[in-house]
Design a protein around this ligand. Structure first.
Ligand SMILES: [Zn+2]
Length: 82
């Protein structure tokens, strides 16, 4: 009897906006001191979310990641959750 392959459906990814959040705002820079501006691009485990989750453009994804890393170093946001 052949092994029955079960059809496993992949979990639907969370809905992401088609347009980059910062491009819509017209942001030229992302200030690391403004922690609230990039809070939603950090996971519950305090990790920087990948681009497929954030929906940001390459430019703003890099700027966001850099801002989060700077803020971590300056102890404005935590490296890990409590
Ligand atoms: Zn952008």
């Amino acid at each position: 009897m052949p092994l029955m392959r079960q059809s496993r459906q992949k979990a639907a990814p969370p809905p992401t906006p088609k347009q980059c959040y910062f491009c819509v705002l017209g942001a030229k820079t992302i200030d690391y001191k403004d922690t609230r501006s990039y809070q939603k691009f950090v996971s519950s485990y305090s990790k920087i979310l990948p681009r497929r989750r954030t929906g940001l453009c390459m430019r703003h994804q890099r700027m966001t990641a850099e801002a989060i890393k700077r803020a971590r170093f300056m102890a404005l946001v935590p490296y890990t959750p409590r």
